[in-house]
Write a protein that binds this ligand. Sequence first.
Ligand SMILES: Nc1ncnc2c1ncn2[C@@H]1O[C@H](COP(=O)(O)OP(=O)(O)OP(=O)(O)O)[C@@H](O)[C@H]1O
Ligand SMILES: [Mg+2]
Length: 459
Amino acid sequence: MKDEKASILVVEDEPKMRRLLELQLAEEGFHARTAPDAETGMQILNSEPFDVVVTDFKLPGMSGLDFLHAVKRVNANLPVVIMTAYGTVESAVDAMKAGASDYVLKPFSLAELVLIIRKELASRQLREENRDLREALGQRYDYKNIIARSDKMQAVLALIERVAPTNATVLIGGESGVGKDLVARAIHEHSNRAAGPFVKINSTAIPENLLESELFGYEKGAFSGATSSKPGKFELADKGTLFLDEIGDVPGPIQVKLLRVLQDREFERLGGTKTLKVDVRLIAATNRDLRAALEDGTFREDLYYRLNVVAIDIPPLREHKEDIPGLADFFLQKFARESGKPLQGITPQALRMLMDFHWPGNVRELQNILERGVTLSTGSMLDVADIHLDNPQPRAAAGASPVLPQGVTLEQWEDEMIREALRRANGNKSQAARLLGLSRNALRYRLSKLGVPDPPDNS
Ligand SMILES: Nc1ncnc2c1ncn2[C@@H]1O[C@H](COP(=O)(O)OP(=O)(O)OP(=O)(O)O)[C@@H](O)[C@H]1O
Ligand SMILES: [Mg+2]
């Protein structure tokens, strides 16, 4: 371990044993902290970083096994060593299954324990070095269901890889349809909460007056219509992940309650008096620029900083077009399988069309276009005729090299475009200006500059 001392957290209810371990571990050059029970252990763990946890299996209150689960939810990479006096092989096996790194059977010698701790520290360091090496070598991450060959998407996967095993709150940003839901699920599935629930709530889809009770639940009689009590999403997500979609649209009063849950992990149901504690990892998503919402005061700054512990920004599809062939193939296979069509692939011309499009609706739009295309196709290859883009852009605007026709000057071209727009708008100048993306005044100015007669407006 670098040059600092490695930190060990020891949870042991027997005072003499606890003191002994603390002293002896310190003598061995570790920084040791101790707790008499799992609850205190969790508190210490949440307030400072540790390299290894050593815990007794039989504890008052929360059991060693539950403690192990709780630690793993906080940080799946943290090695936990179990001490068990009940030399039954089963409890040690249970612990190993639940993710313990190793165990010692009581009575053990200190040398034995220290050996195990050093082994854990070494293998943890190795894992970290491995990961760094893998990144340095540009080794590709491979997630099923996520097509990500481009460097930009690989960077997203690298972040998921790092953040998934931790308990950190994640704020996912990106335009509509870029894959925010997909990424939120991937984080959950690669965390130690994967066996727990993944609960999603979309704040825009729920009327404001219901959002609070959806999130926090309510007791019978909390409001008219509350004929029975109901748990909220936070309770349902206990030991799992809560995904708060469209966080930017959460109204102010609920932002305050969210802040409290994030800080203290506790809340009350509506109309309830009992304070409930939950073990939930929060992932939030937004397709708005929350920083702008901070400036105009519609989003609380303190909540923003609580949420934005780790930010994952997913780029729009037009910024990682290298992924289009892979995505097209992925969706084509999927929809061909679902509809039982014997499609082999996509023609180069059709792919060209997809590559040249600007994808305002991002991956979701690409997926829809392919679904429609597969449904319509009759041949063995998906072709240009099967692909129906909404408002396809002229090639020039879509990233191919914009070149003026031979022998035409820019002014002549502009002149021609303006005449064409006027023709299409039947002489209606307001409409022509819209077609050209100009203001009415800007068009008038250009018309006079180009010496185009200003036809009487027939609007
Ligand atoms: N990289 C990808 N590989 C494969 N499928 C993808 C990828 N990105 C997105 N998709 C698919 O595209 C669709 C839209 O993605 P998703 O619902 O995650 O977007 P979103 O960012 O949450 O959109 P919104 O802002 O509208 O909620 C989903 O069906 C998803 O599975
Ligand atoms: Mg979404």
